[in-house]
Write a protein that binds this ligand. Structure first.
Ligand SMILES: [Fe+2]
Length: 250
């Protein structure tokens, strides 16, 4: 089977809530099964701690070694998803953003001619438990990072909301709404909420959902109250391109 046919098509959205672009997608079903197995086995074996490299207040953070990904569909999927992101960003920068430029046609013709070399420079799994959190941080030593979710933070996930007595409606009654809480959500911060623009956005984790975005984009995870674990994996990449665009290549 041809290499590029091994991974099913990825459903994705190019999300541009502010300056930097974010790719939001669903891990293809076949890949998800294998990927989840890899993640759960890393969590079970607990071979290499990753917490000393990270900002999170999380006990269970473990390195995903290259050996467990070697020649798997998951490894192939990771590279394809990052290349997809690079192509989409290049397209935005050279076609959409430059549509009114004098050389717009030339730029559009050249937008698909670029090569990207993707190098994975780190990977880990987070198994967050009740009251743990990940403070605002970015990922250094890479130009692209990613997050993959292996938990559904639906209303069944939560046992309670954080500080329930502080949640009251205008009549002073306590309101506990686990279906709309931001507890356990990921917040991505680009800047302050200036006039007519959004500075930060929140993402509620869903099984199989993933995000790819620049490594310097700040993000954090809020604490939550649940007996269940909030499991996610992240990989950092160093991508080089011949596009001449500023991707933070080193
Ligand atoms: Fe992070």
């Amino acid at each position: 089977m041809a290499k590029d046919k091994r991974v099913e098509k990825v459903n994705f959205t190019d999300w541009t809530p502010f300056g930097p672009q974010i790719l939001v997608g669903d891990i293809p079903k076949k890949v998800y099964k294998e990927y989840e197995k890899i993640i759960l086995s890393v969590l079970e074996k607990k071979e290499e701690r990753h917490d000393y490299k990270l900002a999170g207040r999380i006990d269970d953070e473990w390195t995903i070694g290259n050996n467990v990904l070697y020649q798997t569909q998951t490894e192939e999927f990771l590279e394809q998803a990052v290349i997809k992101y690079c192509n989409n960003v290049t397209n935005r920068m050279l076609v959409k953003n430059q549509q009114f430029a004098g050389n717009s046609e030339w730029l559009a013709d050249n937008a698909n001619l670029h090569d990207f070399q993707v190098r994975r420079v780190g990977g880990w799994v987070n198994s967050m438990k009740r009251m743990e959190y990940n403070p605002l941080h970015h990922h250094p030593y890479c130009n692209i990072t990613s997050i993959f979710f292996f938990s559904d933070l639906d209303e069944k996930f939560f046992d309670d909301i954080i500080a329930p007595s502080s949640n009251r409606n205008s009549d002073g009654q306590q309101v506990i709404n686990t279906s709309t809480t931001d507890d356990g959500s990921l917040e991505i911060v680009y800047g302050s909420n200036n006039y007519w623009q959004t500075g930060s956005v929140r993402v509620r984790p869903k099984k199989g959902m993933f995000l790819i975005f620049p490594g310097d984009l700040l993000h954090c995870v809020y604490p939550f109250d649940s007996k269940k674990r909030r499991i996610s994996a992240s990989f950092n990449f160093q991508v080089h391109s011949n596009s001449g665009l500023n991707f933070g290549d080193r």
